[in-house]
Design a protein around this ligand. Sequence first.
Ligand SMILES: Nc1ncnc2c1ncn2[C@@H]1O[C@H](COP(=O)(O)OP(=O)(O)OP(=O)(O)O)[C@@H](O)[C@H]1O
Length: 258
Amino acid sequence: MAKRLDIKDLNLHYGKFHAVEDVTLQVQARSVTSFIGPSGCGKSTVLRALNRMHEVIAGARVDGKVLLDGEDIYAPSVDPVQVRRTIGMVFQRANPFPTMSIRDNVVAGLKLTGEKNKKKLDEITERSLRSANLWEEVKDRLHKPGGSLSGGQQQRLCIARATAVQPDVLLMDEPCSALDPISTLAIEDLIAELKKDYTIVIVTHNMQQAARVSDQTAFFNLRAVGEPGQLVEIEETGKLFSNPNQKATEDYISGRFG
Ligand SMILES: Nc1ncnc2c1ncn2[C@@H]1O[C@H](COP(=O)(O)OP(=O)(O)OP(=O)(O)O)[C@@H](O)[C@H]1O
């Protein structure tokens, strides 16, 4: 549980298009790192490279290294399916299986691993829903469809599904962008709880959110349209928002562009 990530000289392409250039950064275990920056600078692309989801896109290429507690997740001997289990992902739009029950949604990933023991699956359902702060709201309707929940509940259900397989890292791609302010706060509280057990990387357009939830923040930018995205700086969050090292960061956080 909760492993460290070391990203070294990461370059990401979509066919001939060089989307992200030379990203090197570290993410400590049991911490939250936010990726911020203007649209198109490659935040989601980098995030998807951290659990080998980038390479499923036709023509996409990854150069560089991503180490999970020192182990290269791109080593030839490593199974990408296993990587995606140990480095889970929560998406922008909650994507529960809408007609599947709440319980079956939570354990969907586990069932794929062949787990059939009902008692164990029930225990994991409760544990995962509790850790996603959803148990009290759904414990009396576990057999109702996942699609019957509100947007915020569906997003917490997806977080429960991601944690049910006990990953080492949780990647979150704008997990609150489709949510109202109350549901957003519920997810932010949840991120603070989950940090005790997981390493978390979150892409967000909301700088207040980055300031609220993260220990360190990475600012990405584009030199010009058509050029690859770059990591401008990564800093302790308080420092990045109060006294950034780079002028481009200051311009962005003070709303002068982006
Ligand atoms: N599947 C794809 N095929 C080709 N190009 C892509 C693909 N996905 C993203 N790109 C391009 O890669 C660049 C980086 O995109 P990415 O989505 O990572 O940026 P982002 O910073 O997450 O943007 P946003 O904040 O708007 O979500 C953009 O120029 C984008 O058009």
